[in-house]
Design a protein around this ligand. Structure first.
Ligand code: F3S
Length: 391
């Protein structure tokens, strides 16, 4: 792999051990995946920010990096952590909260923005064609497929290294030839809700391995629907992007898959592990809600109040919460909890006594049985709100 003179000096440790380690991570990855050189990135987004998913050992490494005085050199954002300061911090064991705050402090010292969201593209939309080093799989798929930016699915360490060096290896979907579809997916049934878009993602994620699909037959999907599709696709498989607009000349040479309504129906049934109509938690906002989704949810909540025997969490970023102030205040006055900085999957719902979760997110439904040790019911936003709210 070709390195410039300056990159070589960093690699050799002339600028300290911390930069050297970051450079070595990038070079190692580049060599593994056939990169010829490093390319500058517009931004980096780090996942593994929640102490629940990260644990102690990496915290020591991050602390050492911060003590060495390292700083990010590009726009660098953070995925959700495990605590919402208002609604969760005081309800979880003190030792866990303490470790989480420590971790946040370290990241902030390293120069990361306190974004704590899986939708950094709502804060700052990446430029079309820009190279990024993002590590949240749902954001990676959205950036590649909907926004037209270029990013591999980084791991926490490689996104961190890219944030500090400002570069990433030019391999994977950073190369135009690797962004071409390999499979033509013909969706033969109209998708009627965010849940059906998510179910399509899970269904395809399981069978596509890492083959990029060209998905035909989606009828004027909204960006929110595509967000659900991509988040689910990435959680059930290794795909980093999808195409959904026809590329006529390529169709004929592609492997073909047909998706019928029974595939969608069966996937929803498989993701639903409990028939309950009385969940402990109704969770909306995976991935974090857009402004549109908050508006839509607020409109549907209307004047209805949250029932006493259930919690209603609506997760979004601080950025969107600020923009949706009036809606947020109204929903909170009716008993909903608008959580920022976190989500149900990356916090300790089990420690809050939550055993059943109802959600409109296929990604959450896919992960909750293992990451939350909870039973799940996947249902549309409308059904979720009907369950959480008084008539
Ligand atoms: Fe975001 Fe949490 Fe879902 S990090 S994508 S809301 S699992």
């Amino acid at each position: 792999m070709y390195l410039t003179r300056e990159e070589e000096r960093i690699y050799d440790g002339e600028f300290g051990w911390a930069k050297q380690i970051c450079m070595k991570i990038l070079v190692k990855l580049g060599e593994l995946f056939g990169a010829s050189r490093l390319i500058p990135v517009e931004s980096a987004h780090v996942s593994g920010v929640s102490y629940k998913t990260l644990g102690e050992a990496p915290t020591d490494f991050l602390e050492a990096l911060a003590k060495a005085g390292e700083k990010t050199v590009v726009e660098a954002t953070l995925n959700p952590q495990s605590l919402d300061p208002r609604h969760l911090a005081g309800r979880l064991p003190e030792n866990l909260a303490k470790m989480q705050w420590k971790l946040c402090e370290i990241f902030e010292k390293l120069g990361f923005k306190k974004s704590y969201t899986c939708t950094p593209y709502y804060i700052k939309k990446p430029n079309k064609g820009a190279h990024l080093a993002w590590a949240e799989s749902s954001a990676v798929v959205y950036a590649n497929s909907v926004l037209g930016a270029w990013t591999n699915r980084e791991g926490g360490p490689s996104a961190l290294a890219a944030a500090i060096i400002g570069k990433t290896p030019n391999c994977g979907v950073h190369k135009a030839e690797n962004r071409k579809p390999k499979v033509l997916v013909e969706v033969k049934t109209p998708l009627k809700s965010e849940v059906e878009y998510g179910a399509l993602g899970i269904f395809l994620g399981k069978i596509l391995e890492d083959k990029i699909p060209l998905i035909m037959g989606l009828k004027k999907p909204t960006t929110d629907s595509l967000k659900q599709l991509g988040a689910a696709l990435a959680s059930a498989g290794m795909v980093n992007m999808f195409h959904y607009k026809a590329v006529a000349s390529e169709k004929d040479r592609l492997e073909k898959i047909t998706v019928e309504s029974k595939n969608i129906k069966e996937t929803i049934e498989e993701l639903t592990t409990t028939p309950t109509s009385k969940p402990d938690l109704v969770f909306i906002g995976c991935p974090h809600c857009s402004l549109n989704e908050i508006r839509k949810t607020a409109k549907m909540v209307g004047e209805r109040k949250v029932r006493e025997d259930v919690e209603l969490w609506i997760c979004t970023s601080n950025h969107i919460k600020q923009k949706a102030k009036t809606h947020v205040q109204k929903m909170e006055a009716n008993g909903a909890k608008i959580l920022t900085n976190t989500c149900a999957v990356v916090t300790w719902t089990d420690k809050l006594g939550i055993k059943t979760i109802m959600t409109n997110s296929a990604k959450t439904a896919h992960y909750a049985p293992t990451l939350n040790m909870a039973e799940v019911k996947l249902a549309t936003l409308e059904e979720c709100l009907k369950t959480a709210l008084k008539a």
